[in-house]
Design a protein around this ligand. Structure first.
Ligand SMILES: Nc1nc2c(c(=O)[nH]1)N[C@H]1C(S)=C(S)[C@@H](COP(=O)(O)O)O[C@H]1N2
Ligand SMILES: [Mo]
Length: 538
């Protein structure tokens, strides 16, 4: 019982100290170094350091809530470390507070290594560590005796036992070892502990309010009126949208568009600060400002983006009407060297993607996009400017918040995901998905419909086949596609018998390939296999 009593208060003191430190650290970041929020820095570093399987697992488990899950995870680990530091501080002072100070120092170093680190990036984490350490020291001193005396050091006699106290003279009276009567009581300790935790929470709230205010930079975005396209996308063909309930809409609304990136805090880039630099193996460097980009004849195109991490049947895919300027034209201004075979695009936050030069210079709608479904790009989708390239997975082509195109060679440099085990090149694989009925659905008896989408961007889909319960493959009706660069809807009427059924689908590409049944995981270059669902008919 004594053990328990001696652990709880020190642990609480540790957690309160870290809460105050973290809160103040976040506040310092919000005020002075917005990109160096300690939690964001640690989270970002974890994302970058995590092995691919962990990232895949996180995306599979939490989907687009993966970042919230990460922050909650970091908070839980911090609570445990803080509690431990509290106990350590009481048993082996000052090791507990040293641990917290060290934690802040580690955060400061990590902050400096981040791609978008400024010279002051170390400050918020350092302040967080110092505040946490000093708070813990102070709280440990306030701790009621039962806790403070429990440590082995005390037992060894450095702090005289209570009975000898009066003998140790005035020194003690003046110093830390105030006599029992003058020692703060449990209530004072708890009061200060709660105050520290509350101040930490308030600071964190203020910090997030400030960061949110900063996001009011997005007010800039709201004020933008995009120019009229000089070339409009062909209208959506009649019959392209099947209108089946539960089927993914042909054009994905921006709010529903999947979001995948490594940015814990969405980079906020003001248009007046944005510019694109084209350099590397070029005859002449080209720099383009926002105003210059908007003055160019912008073209509309409809392109389906897909993430290489998308599992068979997954939803990391979306289709939008983009507005932008052909990258081919900008590269032509720079004049790439004949030896170059790759463009390394770089985001303001350090993310990079390697795109084959030929893909960016052929006639496809590979663009620097500024508009998405009639609006300026949403911040999460790369405001103010991103790349959109039909036919390649996002990790090798769709750089958001893009600020640099370096013309180079595949054998000279590697991109963010390539250095983490993903394939150097990422052409999108032929895939199809069943949206209706939902996997595991209870389907009412009678006439119903099986429907879904199929895609192989820039190749095109020629057909979709459906197999029910190991029967023969039946041709589904393919809707009209917007273009080869987009997914296409398909459907098949179905009048099932009651009982359990298995449904799978496969696509046929415009180049005569049948979607493979061989299953492959997303890594290193995209998942394969047939989407297969089980349903029960009443
Ligand atoms: N700056 C930046 N751009 C990025 C990424 C990133 O992590 N950082 N992720 C890429 C990946 S893996 C994909 S699939 C697409 C997703 O684009 P979306 O979030 O707009 O759907 O963005 C790409 N562009
Ligand atoms: Mo991706």
């Amino acid at each position: 019982m004594r053990e328990r009593g001696t652990v709880v208060l020190p642990a609480v003191a540790g957690v309160a100290s870290v809460a105050l430190g973290a809160g103040i650290g976040e506040l310092v970041a919000a005020l002075f170094v917005p990109s160096a929020s300690p939690v964001a820095v640690i989270g970002g570093a974890l994302i970058d350091a995590a092995p691919s399987w962990a990232k895949d697992a996180a995306i599979a488990l939490f989907g687009t809530a993966d970042k919230i899950a990460l922050v909650v995870g970091i908070a839980l680990v911090l609570v445990v470390v803080a509690g431990g530091a509290g106990v350590l501080e009481v048993r082996r002072p000052p090791w507990g507070s040293l641990v917290l100070g060290l934690l802040g120092a580690v955060g400061a170093v990590v902050a400096l290594t981040r791609a978008d680190a400024g010279g002051m990036a170390w400050l918020p984490s350092a302040v967080a560590g110092l505040v946490a350490a000093f708070t813990l020291r102070a709280l440990a001193r306030l701790m009621p005796r039962a806790q403070a005396d429990s440590g082995p050091l005390v037992e060894r006699g450095r702090e005289a036992p209570e009975t000898k106290r009066p003998d140790s003279g005035p020194l003690v009276e003046r110093g830390r070892e105030a006599p029992e009567t003058k020692r703060p009581d449990r209530r004072a300790f708890l009061g200060w502990t709660i105050a520290a935790a509350a101040a930490g929470a308030l600071s964190a709230i203020a910090a997030s309010a400030l960061q949110a205010g900063r996001q009011a930079a997005s007010a800039v975005r709201d004020a933008i009126t995009l120019p009229r396209p000089s070339a409009t996308a062909p209208p959506v063909p009649a019959g392209a949208e099947l209108g089946v309930d539960g089927l993914a809409p042909l054009i994905t609304p921006n709010e529903q568009f999947y979001r995948i990136d490594t940015a814990l805090i969405v980079p906020s880039v003001a248009t007046q600060d944005w510019s694109l630099r084209i350099h590397g193996m070029v005859e002449r460097e080209v720099t383009l400002t926002w105003d210059e980009l908007l003055a160019l004849p912008l073209e509309e195109s409809t392109t389906t983006l897909a993430c290489v991490s998308n599992t068979v049947g997954g939803d990391l895919i979306g289709n939008a009407l983009w507005l932008g300027y052909p990258i081919r034209e900008l590269l032509a201004r720079a004049v790439p060297s004949a030896d170059a075979d790759m463009v390394l695009s770089r985001s303001i936050d350090g993310f990079t993607a390697s795109t084959p030069l030929e893909v960016l210079t052929d006639d496809r709608a590979a663009i620097l996009a500024v508009g998405m479904n009639g609006e300026p790009l949403p911040a999460e989708h790369g405001f103010p400017v991103r790349m959109v390239v039909p036919g390649l997975y996002g990790y090798v082509s769709a750089t958001k918040w893009v600020t640099e195109l370096e013309v180079t060679r595949f054998d000279a440099t590697t991109a963010y995901w390539t250095t983490r085990g993903w394939s150097e090149r990422g052409p999108i694989k032929l895939q199809s998905r069943i949206d209706v009925p939902r996997p595991g659905a209870q389907v009412a008896a009678g006439d119903t419909v099986i429907a879904g989408v199929a895609w192989q961007q820039h190749v095109g889909v020629a057909g979709v086949e459906v197999q029910i319960d190991e029967g023969s493959w039946q041709a589904a009706t393919l809707a009209t596609a917007i273009s080869d660069d987009t997914w296409v809807q398909w459907s098949l009427p179905w009048t099932p018998e009651s009982g359990d059924h298995t449904i799978r689908c496969r696509a046929l590409s415009a180049d005569g390939t049948t979607q493979t049944a061989d299953t492959a995981p997303p890594a290193p270059d995209g998942a394969t296999g047939h989407h297969t669902i089980h349903v029960t008919v009443a």
